[in-house]
Design a protein around this ligand. Structure first.
Ligand code: COA
Ligand code: ZN
Length: 372
């Protein structure tokens, strides 16, 4: 694993492609500031030609970059057309990312171009963008369904035209880790270029594929906060950052910023995180079964892969029919109640006879009535 591996967060571009999600300018700037505080390497700030408010937000983000408030590299998205490139270049962003669908199905049915014509368009648009003096990334859209020999031609053409980064996009989320490795192993000999990986999550493989890409030489992995994006989204920032830290000790994002980012994007996207979402979901460090809670009380490491305080979070446990004596005693003691050991069994028996989760209020009431 290259220790250089970093994160490009695309919440502002890919994330806003989530059905139902629209950010306003202030929200975009606020998300960019928090991503900067989390010290991700790059922020894909949007496709400026799409709308005036996206253009203005990127302009404001670039002003904050100039004044040192925002630090990551700021990227603008662009089709392989001069008008898109002009709009991105006018903002003087740090990098223009030009995308073009390179699989046969995209060429045949979307852009209606032959492979040869596509190579010409890729060469022309990249050299045009490079002539503005701004560094260029080329995204091979639908790369994962592209004939590997043609994909090599695409990469060689893009590099000849002056792109110094290529993003390999698994646009439909059809890869497996093994297939991801195969693609990178077939590209890594091409000189003077570094790779991004952009993994969609259509079959739940985005994280595993992103890890495989990083292990195979990709130096930038694309994420969005809470995994937002077209259809079911892409690799979630919070989970990928923790994976990199846990397995490789790579500090690609400040772990303490993951929960605030997750909450901010939940609010602005109006998409509530499911409780069982890894790392920042409500249940990520909440335990239930008696045996687990007993372990947690003795040593939290028995059932927690990381101390939640490293993420600015706390662990907890629920009380219901799955609870045991140790959990109940711990809960009541934590609530400041000094319960006779003999009474614990009686209260537990009641808890087990009801199919409900007990709140602290309900536990207090039950304990007091049991006392009488
Ligand atoms: N490079 C160049 N042309 C591309 C392209 C690419 N990467 N991808 C698609 N196109 C072409 C299509 O072939 C089609 O061309 P046509 O008008 O000659 O048929 C056109 O771009 C896309 O169709 P449509 O979106 O209906 O065109 P439009 O001109 O009305 O709008 C956008 C273009 C980009 C302004 C509009 O689609 C938009 O706001 N999109 C949001 C951003 C987006 O789609 N991002 C995808 C990221 S993967
Ligand atoms: Zn995407």
């Amino acid at each position: 694993m290259s220790t250089k591996v970093g994160i490009l967060d695309s919440t502002l571009r890919e994330g806003e492609q989530t059905p139902g999600v629209l950010f306003n300018q202030n929200q975009r700037v606020e998300i960019a500031k928090l991503l900067s505080d989390a010290h991700v390497a790059m922020i894909e700030a949007g496709h400026p030609l799409v709308s005036k408010d996206i253009y203005s937000a990127i302009k404001e983000i670039m002003e904050l970059k100039a004044s040192g408030i925002i630090k990551p590299e700021i990227i603008a998205h662009s089709r392989a057309v001069h008008s898109d490139i002009d709009s991105a270049a006018g903002l003087n962003v740090d990098r223009i990312a030009i995308f073009y669908g390179v699989s046969d199905i995209h060429l045949d049915y979307k852009t209606h171009k032959s492979r040869t014509q596509a190579l010409d368009i890729i060469y022309d648009s990249i050299s045009y963008a490079v002539s503005t003096g701004i560094p260029v990334r080329f995204t091979a859209e639908d790369a994962s369904r592209t004939d590997i020999n043609f994909l090599r031609n695409v990469v060689n053409t893009a590099v000849e035209a002056g792109a110094d980064r290529i993003s390999i996009a698994d646009t439909l989320g059809i890869l497996t880790p093994e297939k991801t490795r195969y693609i990178f192993n077939n590209l890594m000999d091409i000189k003077n270029v570094e790779y991004d990986f952009h993994g969609h999550n259509d079959m739940g493989m985005a994280l595993a594929n992103s890890l495989a890409a990083a292990e195979s030489g990709a130096s930038i992995i694309h994420t969005t906060v809470n995994g937002l994006g077209e259809r079911v989204g892409i690799t979630p920032l919070q989970v990928f950052a923790v994976l990199l830290e846990y397995h490789f000790g790579i500090d690609a994002a400040d772990l303490m910023m993951l929960k605030p980012l997750s909450e901010l994007v939940e609010t602005y996207s109006k998409i509530t995180l499911s409780p069982n979402f890894p790392v920042t979901g409500r249940n990520a460090f909440t335990h239930k079964s008696g045996v687990h809670v007993d372990g947690i009380i003795n040593n939290a490491g028995t059932y927690e892969f990381m101390d939640p305080s490293r993420l600015g979070m706390q662990h907890g446990f629920t009380i219901d029919k799955y609870s045991g004596r140790h959990a109940l005693r711990q809960k009541l003691t934590g609530m400041g109640m000094d319960i006779d050991e003999n009474k614990i069994s009686g209260i537990l028996e009641k808890i087990k006879s009801n199919n409900m989760v007990y709140s602290e209020e309900e536990l207090k009431e039950m304990t007091n009535s049991n006392d009488q």
